[in-house]
Design a protein around this ligand. Structure first.
Ligand code: G3P
Length: 218
């Protein structure tokens, strides 16, 4: 399972890369706005840190402008995945860019039928948003299960299921159990996965007992 960082925080991205926990990065207009930085240089910098796919989202909603934005973003680095919204125009952009060999991440997916359309349009990644479905009282993970079933039924589809809008480690556990290809989440959620109270307690005991031996390994 691949871990993508859903952030534009360069320090957090480097930190995950150093621990071997970074397979890609996803951004969206809200993440970029929060960073307060210039979009294009920021994305370029991320592509230099991260070897895997870096999703950069178009800002327009009409086909012609999204195509121009997508082509500009593609030119920034070989590992750019152009992120487009799951609209009719967005999927038309997806079809055009992906047939030229560009990676496309189709975002804002909230239904299995939308995911079916994205696969037919040649998306490299589909991003179903689990947290935002949970927020409105629906079962976000059921969407992942349905999308995976559909994609498995049609081996000609090569779209990877990228679980997005991940809020907590349980989303990651359930994604892994279902066999989702990728999760994208804030770095803090990956950090939470290291934690277990018995690990802390056990380590405390080992440190104390080792001190009693009076020895040093070095
Ligand atoms: O980047 C897409 C997605 O991960 C956004 O998550 O937390 O804004 O619903 P969130």
């Amino acid at each position: 399972m691949k871990f993508f960082a859903d952030t534009s925080d360069l320090d957090a991205i480097k930190d995950l890369a150093d621990c071997g926990m970074l397979d890609g990065v996803t951004t969206n207009p809200s993440i970029i706005a929060k960073s307060g930085k210039e979009f294009i240089p920021l994305i370029k910098e991320i592509t230099e840190i991260c070897d895997g796919p870096v999703s950069a989202e178009v800002a327009s909603t009409d086909f012609e402008t999204m195509m121009k934005e997508g082509e500009k973003l593609t030119g920034l680095a070989d590992n750019i995945a152009v992120k487009v919204p799951l609209t009719e125009a967005g999927l038309k952009v997806c079809k055009n860019l992906s047939s030229n060999g560009t990676m496309v991440n189709v975002t804002l997916c909230f239904s299995p039928l939308q995911a079916l359309l994205a696969a037919k349009a040649g998306a490299s990644f589909i991003s179903p948003f689990v947290g935002r479905l949970d927020d409105i009282g629906q079962e976000g993970m059921s969407l992942i299960s349905e999308v995976l079933t559909i994609y498995e039924n049609y081996p000609d589809f090569h779209t990877e299921v990228l679980v997005a809008s991940v809020r907590h480690p349980q989303h990651i556990l359930e994604s892994a159990l279902l066999g989702a290809d990728v999760v994208t989440c804030p770095p803090s959620v990956i950090k939470q996965m290291y934690n277990h109270p018995l690990t802390d307690k056990g380590l405390e005991g080992f440190v104390k007992d080792w001190a009693k031996t009076g020895q040093s390994i070095l």
